[in-house]
Ligand binder design. Structure first.
Ligand code: ATP
Ligand code: MG
Length: 579
């Protein structure tokens, strides 16, 4: 490819709406252009990167025994009614109707469609196990499309679905996919952590996410991990052991239940300060709106609630913290007129109340009783405060708490989820009546798994991971081109001749090379080469009179002065080794 012909417009500035580095760099280096919110044109350079990632995914999925197919992007409502998700999938599902008023949606994922495909084709136990996958555009009307390709509305996903006879088969396939994923990301030049996670709206029980660990702002997930053993989990799933804490209020003189005045103590800090007590003897009551209903979460006051855990504990799909007005409304509906900071579980008998496991140890504790400027001290469940009906793990883990597996302190880091694997079990096959006939001729639902990879998100995650102040530093395996050859002065015959010779040799060796034949200043050529992120650059400049060129490695910025023949040879060898 000649640079003069390459379809690329690099920008001087970052686009105004870009707030993470991958979005900034991909836009500025001419890889993507926004069409509309959350939807991007993948320009030729980007498309080359995406195709490379797709091909790595294809090769690894095929060699793991999966088979590729392609299903329509528009999906009929009826299938979603069969699984029960038409009602429960929120606004992310883009619904539309055709000229006959038939309702449909743009596929955000394809459990229903592929389960129906399997149902038509996999009738006997002899045909199982089977794993079907596709690489396809998906559409999700995300609340906050942001971060460019990391969280778009239209994006490219690889989604695979496995169909097994039983749990044992699924366990085996799950491991098989986990191994394939590890290889896929490695081949994309990305180190990933496989972390336990929550299975969310897709359902099922066991699930893991593959995270690219990043120090940039783009990591949307907190990952807790242990250096001593292999434990690692997303914050929505992480658990920990807590250090010893004082949880008995009697140590602070609260031996009898008593309502006391606690003026201006709306926050836990204010209450601790006023009563001169640690927060570990306070019962904190938090109000959430889950699927439009009030839910009260109780937790020891020094800890925070993890919203996904709470949502799962009450079986909801949508959660947010209640406003002060909504809390006060709840209190009023139960005959109290306190202000929000003094909410407590007392008298809230018809409200769903879930208590975190930390609450089990509390004795003679301090708690709000729905009256402004008052608290109950020396309280106990069953006597002064109604007995708890539901306990669950609702707690957000914090760094420094202890690993649930080996007891060493946990660490936290940020990550970008590039892929995930789920054990679905019979969540889809049962309601959709997707069955096979077993050895005895009896119909059994398939035991399913599903496995996603964000192709476009992986490309963006690679930029988050591999860049510097000058631009992108693509891993060789997924770079749009491998090498650029830059003659410094187009009017210098020798420079041009050597550059063209290098270019021709590289092309004939199967290397993806770009000849920067533009009549531009060297500075401009260098800037663009660094910004676009070619893994190697061969510069043909004045030193050619001594028979030398410069070979620059983008990732390390290392420069080697060698003969043109040697530069070509080094590039060929290094690239062949890397891919
Ligand atoms: P997230 O928690 O980030 O929203 P998800 O749990 O919704 O992801 P899945 O539904 O399992 O993800 O999709 C599989 C993969 O598709 C994800 O691991 C991610 O890499 C990618 N993906 C999901 N949503 C988006 C999006 N809006 N833009 C780009 N890629 C996405
Ligand atoms: Mg999502």
């Amino acid at each position: 490819m000649k640079m003069s012909k390459l379809f690329v417009q690099t920008l001087r500035e970052f686009p105004a709406d870009a707030d993470v580095i991958s979005h900034k760099l991909l836009a500025r280096a001419g890889f993507i252009r926004k069409l509309t919110s959350g939807c991007y044109n993948y320009l030729p350079l980007m498309w080359r990167v995406l195709k490379k990632i797709e091909n790595i995914v294809r090769e690894e999925m095929d060699s793991a025994g999966a088979q590729e197919l392609l299903t329509p992007f528009v999906q009929p409502k009826e299938l979603w009614e069969e699984s029960g998700r038409w009602e429960v999938y929120g606004k992310e599902l883009m619904r539309l109707s055709d000229r006959h008023n038939r309702e449909m949606c743009l596929g955000p994922t394809a459990e229903e469609v592929i389960t129906a495909v399997a149902r038509d084709g996999l009738k006997s136990y002899k045909q199982l196990p089977c794993n079907l996958y596709q690489i396809q555009e998906k559409f999700r009307d995300e609340v906050r499309p942001r971060y460019g390709l990391l969280r778009g509305r239209e994006f490219i996903m690889k989604d695979a679905y496995s169909f097994d006879l039983d749990q044992e088969g699924l366990d085996k396939e799950y491991k098989n996919m986990a191994n394939a994923y590890t290889r896929i990301f490695e081949r994309c030049g990305l180190e990933t952590k496989m972390v336990q996670s929550d299975s969310g709206a897709i359902g099922g029980s066991v699930s893991h996410e593959f995270m690219v660990i990043t120090t940039t702002d783009a990591g949307e997930n907190d990952v807790f991990y242990c250096d001593d053993c292999n434990y690692s989990a997303n914050s929505n799933h992480a658990i920990s052991n807590l250090p010893q804490a004082e949880t008995d209020g009697s140590k602070f003189g609260f031996t009898e239940p008593k309502v006391i005045d606690t003026p201006n103590t709306r926050t836990i800090e204010e209450l601790c300060e006023f009563l001169k007590i640690p927060s570990t003897i306070i019962l904190k009551s938090l109000v959430y709106i889950v699927d439009k209903k009030h839910v009260i979460a109780l937790i020891r006051a020094d800890k925070q609630v993890e919203e996904t855990k709470l949502m799962n504990a009450v079986g909801g799909i949508d959660i947010r913290i209640a406003s002060a007005a909504e809390i006060e409304e709840l209190m009023q509906n139960h005959g109290f007129n306190g202000i929000a900071g003094f909410i407590g579980p007392k008298g809230m008998d018809d409200v769903t109340i879930v208590a975190d496991n930390t609450v089990k140890d509390l004795k003679n504790f301090v708690v709000g009783i729905n009256e402004t400027d008052k608290h109950l001290v020396g309280a106990n469940f069953g006597k002064d405060i109604p007995e708890i009906k539901q306990y669950a793990d609702l707690r957000l883990v914090e760094a420094g708490e202890f690993c649930p597996e080996c007891g060493k302190p946990l660490k936290v880091t940020r990550g970008i989820e590039v892929g995930n694997i789920f054990q679905l079990g019979t969540k889809y096959s049962k309601p959709m009546n997707a069955v096979y006939l077993d050895k005895n001729g009896k119909a059994q639902p398939y035991v399913m798994g599903c496995y996603g990879i964000g192709i476009s998100r992986t490309a963006a995650a690679a930029v988050e991971r591999w860049h510097d102040d000058n631009g992108i530093a693509w891993p060789v395996q997924i770079a749009p081109y491998h090498v650029t050859i830059v003659p410094l002065n187009n009017n210098d015959e020798l420079q041009m001749k050597v550059a063209k010779e290098c270019y021709a040799k590289l092309l004939s060796a199967g290397i993806e090379a770009v000849l920067d034949d533009r009549d531009e200043r060297p500075g401009v050529k260098f800037k663009d080469a660094d910004l676009i992120g070619f893994p190697y650059r061969i510069t043909v400049g004045k030193t050619i009179v001594d028979g030398n060129v410069e070979l620059k490695t983008r990732k390390t910025n290392e420069v080697e002065t060698v003969t043109p023949e040697k530069a070509v040879e080094l590039v060929i060898n290094r690239i062949k080794e890397a891919i």
